[in-house]
Design a binder for this molecule. Structure first.
Ligand code: SF4
Ligand code: FES
Length: 372
């Protein structure tokens, strides 16, 4: 610990441009994963911003110095203008990534997207075993389709990342998921752990692995990384509930990243709408640059001025920025609290003890994501 430094919100001149924009084109999705990172109250198609507005947002992002745009959702391929948006982003010089469930894609559309300048595709897999994968996503035939589309992606010459969300109901297949990624000729595998807010928090007891399962998984990843050097890069982070210090969520609030939701609201992270006290500005009313520099939602937790103890006097306060605000609110009801993933949080032991206890019981049935 070090002595407390008094800080204030960063002035616009001190704020660097974000590196990446997550463009959530739509919350519509044919799958219903119970760990979906979308908010529990999903935006309807009638609220989605139009092509022209997205093109303006893309131009504004490029002008700000943003490097990458991730087209995501829900399922971004439900938008018929995806090709147009990819071309527009590519023409402005942005690196374009498509984050997709892949179940609505065919070979022709993959080729068209590649022709429009798409740089990279990230396909989410629910498991390596078809029956369990289709059960988790609640979409029959989905796994088979994902395998086919992965082939089209590679045939189109696009690099592929397999995004596998792992938890107690598929972690035992981790070795197969790694083999599957190699067979699909992916360059990267993200062994993503469930992040417990929104839908996932509702389903926490169904997903939480035990500490023993997790230690086994860590060992599997370490051995595979060694064996597959130069073949497959594996990203793996220990889930928050078993960590000693929090993750650097979204690279620090309002520092590296912004998220434009389907209705045009600009959020500091994809789950920020779960914090009721935050007010978001819309691209319909302001430019992206104005929002990045002035929006109340970005200023509220940018930097260290807002921190209570123990973060305020901690020597990691400009490393992890106090952890995840959405998780702090979800677990303590106080968005200013130290992320309970941190061992220094007064809530750490109680909350994570509860979660570990949940992992020892039979998993309850899933509450599937749906638009109400
Ligand atoms: Fe320090 Fe706060 Fe980070 Fe914990 S969450 S390591 S107390 S800055
Ligand atoms: Fe919102 Fe971590 S998900 S700050």
């Amino acid at each position: 610990m070090t002595t407390m430094t008094k800080t204030k919100p960063a002035s616009p001149a001190e704020v660097q441009a974000p590196l990446a924009v997550l463009a959530e084109l739509s919350h519509r999705c044919p799958l219903q994963c119970p760990y979906c990172s979308n908010p529990v109250n999903l935006e309807r198609a009638s609220n989605e911003i139009d092509t022209q507005t997205w093109c303006r947002v893309i131009d504004e992002a490029a002008a700000m110095g943003v490097h990458q745009i991730h087209f995501s959702g829900g399922e971004p391929t439900v938008r018929k203008d995806l090709e147009e948006l990819v071309k527009h982003a590519s023409d402005t010089g942005l690196y374009t990534n498509l984050i997709t469930s892949a179940v609505l894609l065919d070979q022709k559309r993959v080729e068209k997207l590649a022709d429009m300048g798409l740089n990279h595709v990230q396909i989410s897999f629910q498991d390596s075993e078809a029956a369990n994968a289709d059960r988790i996503g609640n979409f029959k035939g989905g796994h088979k389709k994902k395998i086919e589309v992965s082939g089209y992606v590679r045939q189109a010459g696009l690099p592929l990342t397999v995004n596998a969300v792992m938890h107690r109901q598929n972690l035992h297949h981790l070795e197969d998921v790694i083999d599957m990624s190699v067979e699909l000729d992916a360059e990267r595998l993200e062994v993503a752990q469930v992040q417990y807010y929104g839908w996932a928090l509702k389903n926490r007891a169904a997903f939480m692995p035990t500490y023993e399962q997790l230690s086994w998984a860590t060992e599997v990843v370490e051995k595979a990384r060694e064996r597959l050097k130069g073949v497959l890069v594996i990203d793996y982070v220990v889930p928050d509930y078993y960590a000693r210090r929090p993750k650097v969520c979204v690279g620090g609030w309002g520092r590296r990243f912004l998220n434009v939701n389907p209705a045009g609201l600009v959020l500091p992270c994809h789950a920020a709408e779960s914090i009721p006290s935050l007010k978001f500005d819309s691209v319909k009313d302001h430019s992206l640059a104005w929002i990045w520099e002035n929006s109340e939602a970005f200023l509220k937790f940018r930097g260290t001025h807002w921190m209570p103890e123990p973060c305020r006097s901690c020597d990691r306060r400009e490393i992890d920025w106090g952890g995840c605000r959405c998780q702090a609110f979800a677990l303590t009801g106080d968005e200013f609290a130290t992320d309970p993933a941190c061992e220094l949080s007064p809530h750490h032991e109680e909350i994570f003890g509860l979660a570990a206890a949940e992992a020892e019981h039979e998993p309850p049935p899933f509450i599937y994501r749906k638009i109400r």
